[in-house]
Design a protein. Structure first.
Length: 197
């Protein structure tokens, strides 16, 4: 099984290394495109949804305590993805940008760019910061997906361009849990973002 995972990773890396990069977009509609596969019966409100992503690549949404953690692609076999989210209350927009590596007829989604809204002040619902979270997509048999970059979007007209550059430069070589994600702030600090191993 490990040999298959390594082989799959090598194929993806080889295919995408000389590939052209482009964007495609999908929308998250929890009522139409998602299935609830886990829910708590306590007051935390924890729930987990499996949603349709790009051409068979799923989007897994874990939520609880007014926070979300999202995994794009195929998770590690036999285990749940690591919880990654902002410390403050947060939510995500419905549109996901997928960075697609294309070589010949082969296409592989290697990263996503997703806009998050972070509530800076729980006492003030209007106090919000928008951040583009760049994520490495988990590949079949590999499952190595995680946040690889954060780009402040509020007041930043070049946020999308910056996020695409991070996705294209980092996704193929980034090792989740070991490498440091790229942080791009602006006229205000980025909200705290945690990875719970």
């Amino acid at each position: 099984m490990r040999r298959l995972a390594v082989l799959c990773a090598c194929i993806v890396a080889t295919a995408a290394s000389g590939a052209d990069m482009r964007s495609e977009y999908t929308d998250l509609d929890e009522q139409r495109d998602c299935t609830l596969f886990s829910a708590s019966d306590d007051e935390t409100g924890f729930g987990a949804l499996a949603c349709a992503g790009w051409k068979g690549y799923p989007v897994l949404i874990y939520s609880g305590d007014l926070r979300e953690s999202i995994f794009y692609g195929f998770p590690p076999s036999g285990s749940e993805p690591v919880w990654e989210s902002f410390s403050a209350f947060n939510s995500t927009s419905p549109k996901i940008e997928w960075r697609i590596a294309r070589e010949g007829d082969a296409e592989t989604p290697v990263a996503t760019i997703h806009r998050w809204v972070v509530n800076d002040d729980p006492e003030d619902p209007e106090s919000r910061t928008e951040v583009l979270v760049v994520e490495k997509v988990g590949q079949p048999g590999e499952g190595d997906g995680c946040a690889i970059g954060l780009v402040l979007a509020s007041g930043n007209p070049k946020a999308n361009e910056t996020a695409r550059r991070i996705a294209d430069e980092q996704a193929l070589t980034f090792t989740c849990g070991a490498d440091e994600r790229v942080l791009v702030g602006g006229d205000r600090p980025l909200p705290d973002f945690d990875r719970q191993e």
